[in-house]
Ligand binder design. Structure first.
Ligand SMILES: C[S@@+](CC[C@H](N)C(=O)[O-])C[C@H]1O[C@@H](n2cnc3c(N)ncnc32)[C@H](O)[C@@H]1O
Ligand code: SF4
Length: 457
């Protein structure tokens, strides 16, 4: 039986008459996560060899993630920037990447299942040349066992996304395009160091969408400097006007080495939007989408039609296995999670000398299936009893019920028999809520399991 009185407000949220703005202090990260156990460095290679030699006869869903760690210009808000794109650097990276693809594709593990979604992300994959994009797409299609309806996404931006690039990408087999727009507003864009002005971005998106060759999806952020509520509303209207098929609406979370922090400290940019201000922006966004009868695929993703499925987002961020390829790529395979070298030369040297590109590796938490199902359900906006993995022999939904009842009183969700449906406030705080569930499960059940510092195989 879960005793919720032992957890403080920082974990399970505050009792407030305004749950949308004040349930938690701030969203700390993009995703919830449970603890995992590091693999000892001297065991890494043996573990990887064993893992890739294994054959899984399951229907577990799989995704492939390929990382392109370059951008032509660094945006002020971005936590993901790795390297400035230069022709020679990109070429030597592309050769190493192809070598890794060839190597990973022939592994027994890889060939023993089917991949449901592929995502070529970054950085800015559209900063590759059209010929490289086509070659990459063809290599993916030729080498990996893909499902017949596999979603193959190319991420990038509108800047220099020519007709030649679009044609080459389609010929390579890409069938979904995800463009980071962040905001259409020219002032917001220039202050964030985005490369094109509003009209250029809108016109190009409208052209690409009108070809109806593939779903065109855009990312918008809320909380950027100079992005008032009015600007956000215009951003949403501009999205509608372009005819693009889908929208991801992300809360700005600035951390690490994002240049914006330094610019704000020096007074060159206004302070970041507060969490209560961002909550209001989320409210505006969700209400706008509802008024325009856009179909909601998750707490922050909407689609105009049934062409957009957002397979990668709904699978990879939740319970599917993800095979990572490239510098800075991360994924999880056969119960292990791993992160590749972020330093480009270290990655290229590792590949060229026949070494593994894995920098860090962890044995996943034994409760990971429970955590993964929680993350996926909170991300979808509805927690379904039947979709939560059990904790040993316990029904996770029943175990969490005292917490769900508390959150119902606090306006974060409503309980409907076997479902907990997030309210607007609950949707805004969905990552904090799923993190809270993971925390209470971990502290209740992990205490009963032996602690392990490192795992040896
Ligand atoms: C890694 S970026 C790659 C996209 C592409 N390079 C671009 O320029 O739009 C993917 C998405 O992450 C989101 N993102 C970047 N920085 C973020 C931040 N500080 N907080 C929240 N989301 C962020 C943006 O919406 C972006 O479209
Ligand atoms: S938002 Fe995209 S282009 Fe800008 S720095 Fe981040 S990854 Fe690069």
């Amino acid at each position: 039986m879960l005793d919720i009185t032992q957890f403080d407000d920082a974990i399970i949220g505050t009792d407030t008459p305004d749950p949308l703005r004040f349930s938690f202090m701030a969203k700390k990260g993009a995703h919830a996560a449970g603890h995992a156990m590091p693999i000892m460095p001297d065991q890494k290679h043996a573990t990887l060899d064993k893992m890739f030699a294994s054959i899984e006869n399951t229907n577990k869903k799989r995704c492939l993630y390929i990382h392109i760690p370059f951008c032509r210009v660094r945006c002020t808000f971005c936590n993901f920037f790795q390297n400035a794109a230069s022709r020679t650097l990109v070429e030597s990276y592309f050769s190493a990447l192809k070598a890794e693809i060839e190597l990973k594709a022939v592994q027994p593990w890889t060939q023993s299942g089917q991949f449901h979604a592929v995502y070529v992300g970054g950085g800015t994959p559209t900063d590759l040349s059209p010929a490289q994009v086509k070659e990459l797409g063809q290599l993916i299609r030729q080498r990996f066992p893909l499902t017949s309806d596999c979603e193959i996404t190319l991420e990038g931006r509108i800047n220099r996304f020519s007709d030649e690039m679009f044609d080459h990408a389609l010929e390579g087999g890409f069938n979904r395009f995800s463009f980071g727009v962040q905001s259409f507003d020219t002032q917001v864009r220039r202050k964030a160091k985005r490369l094109d002005d509003r009209e250029v971005v809108m016109d190009r998106l409208a052209q690409l969408s009108s070809t109806e060759q593939a779903p065109i999806i855009i990312d918008l952020l809320y909380g950027l400097p100079y992005q008032t509520l009015d600007v956000l509303e215009q951003d949403l209207k501009d999205f509608m006007a372009t005819g693009a098929h889908g929208l991801d609406l992300y809360q700005l979370i600035v951390g690490g080495s994002a240049p914006m922090l330094n610019l704000q400290e020096k007074g060159k940019l206004p302070p970041p939007a507060t969490t209560p201000q961002k909550a209001e922006m989320y409210q505006l966004g969700t209400q706008f989408m509802a008024e325009h009868h856009m179909r909601q695929l998750s707490v922050n993703h909407w689609t105009r039609d049934n062409r957009e499925r957002s397979q990668y987002n709904s699978l990879a961020k939740t319970y599917a296995e993800v095979l990572p390829i490239g510098s800075g790529a991360g994924g999880n395979v056969a119960g292990f999670s791993m992160m590749h070298h972020r330093d480009l030369n270290t990655y290229i040297d590792a590949i060229n000398s026949g070494q593994s590109p894995v920098a860090m590796m962890f044995k996943q938490n034994p409760l990971e299936p429970v955590f993964a199902s929680l993350k996926s359900q909170f991300d979808s906006g509805v927690i379904r009893r039947s979709h939560l993995a059990p904790i040993d022999d316990h029904c996770s939904f029943d175990f969490l019920l005292p917490l769900f009842k508390l959150w119902q009183q606090r306006g974060l969700l409503t309980l409907e028999q076997d479902f907990a449906v997030l309210t607007l406030a609950g949707s805004f705080w969905s990552v904090s809520l799923s993190q809270a569930c993971i925390h209470v499960i971990q502290s209740t059940f992990q205490a009963q399991r032996p602690a392990a510092k490192f795992v040896t195989m």
